[in-house]
Design a protein around this ligand. Structure first.
Ligand code: URA
Ligand code: SF4
Length: 194
C-alpha cells in the first residue's frame, strides 16, 4: 500500500473516536490497491470482518468477490474495498449518525488519496452518505441503483454508481439479478471510459 493509505489504516486500527471501539475485536480499515481505478464502499464490518480485520469476507463478501471476478473479470486485489464505518456495530445494527460523523473522515481521506475513476456505493447507507456529499437526497437505493453520477466532491470530479448491498441480494433472486445487471453496466463503463 502507498504510504498515505497505510498511515490511515494504522490510525484506524487504534482509533477511539466513537464508542464502537469498545466492542470491536478488530477495526477494518479496508484493503486493496491504493492505485485502484475502482473503489467499493460498504456500510460497516459484520461478524467475520470484525474477527479478521478485513472487509467483505463473510457471505456478502463472497458474492461481492464473485461479482468482481466473474462480471468485471478482474482480481479482487486490483480494486479497493472499504466501508463508511470501520468498526462493527453490535449485532450488526445500522451505524448511528454520531458513528458515521466520527468515522467518515477516514473514508473521505481514502477517497482523496486513491482518486478512483469510479466509486461504487453498496446499499442505502453508503449511497446516502456519498450522494449526500453532493447535496443529493435519496429515499432508497432502488431509485438510483445502476445510474452513473458525475459529481464534484473531494476537490475532484468523481464518477459514482450506487448499487444494492450484496447482503440484500444474497437470499433474494430478484435483487441478485439487479445487482448483476448493475455490475454489467459498471463493466461497460470501465471498458469504454478507462
Ligand atoms: N457488509 C458491509 O457493509 N461491509 C462489510 O465489510 C461486510 C458486510
Ligand atoms: Fe474510530 Fe471509526 Fe472505529 Fe469509531 S468506528 S472507533 S470512529 S475507526
Amino acid at each position: 500500500m502507498s504510504d498515505g493509505i497505510h498511515v490511515i489504516a494504522e490510525e484506524v486500527k487504534i482509533c477511539t473516536k466513537c464508542p464502537l471501539h469498545q466492542t470491536r475485536k478488530n477495526a477494518v480499515p479496508g484493503e486493496g490497491d491504493p492505485l485502484a481505478k475502482i473503489m467499493f464502499v460498504g456500510e460497516a464490518p459484520g461478524f467475520y470482518e470484525d474477527v479478521q480485520g478485513r472487509p467483505f469476507v463473510g457471505a456478502a463478501g463472497k458474492l461481492l468477490t464473485e461479482l468482481i471476478e466473474n462480471i468485471l473479470c478482474i482480481p479482487r486485489p486490483s480494486v479497493f474495498i472499504t466501508n463508511i464505518v470501520k468498526c462493527r456495530p453490535p449485532e450488526n445494527r445500522d451505524p448511528l449518525p454520531n458513528e458515521v460523523e466520527a468515522c467518515s473522515q477516514y473514508l473521505d481521506r481514502q477517497i482523496m488519496l486513491i482518486k478512483p475513476k469510479v466509486l461504487i456505493t453498496l446499499g442505502r447507507h453508503s449511497s446516502n452518505y456519498i450522494l449526500g456529499k453532493a447535496g443529493i437526497k435519496i429515499k432508497g437505493v432502488t431509485d438510483v441503483r445502476g445510474k452513473m453520477f458525475s459529481l464534484f466532491m473531494f476537490d475532484m470530479l468523481l464518477n459514482v454508481m450506487p448499487t444494492l448491498h450484496p447482503a440484500a441480494a444474497l437470499y433474494n433472486p430478484q435483487l441478485k439479478v439487479q445487482i448483476e445487471e448493475d455490475f454489467r453496466k459498471l463493466k461497460n463503463f470501465v471498458n469504454t471510459s478507462f
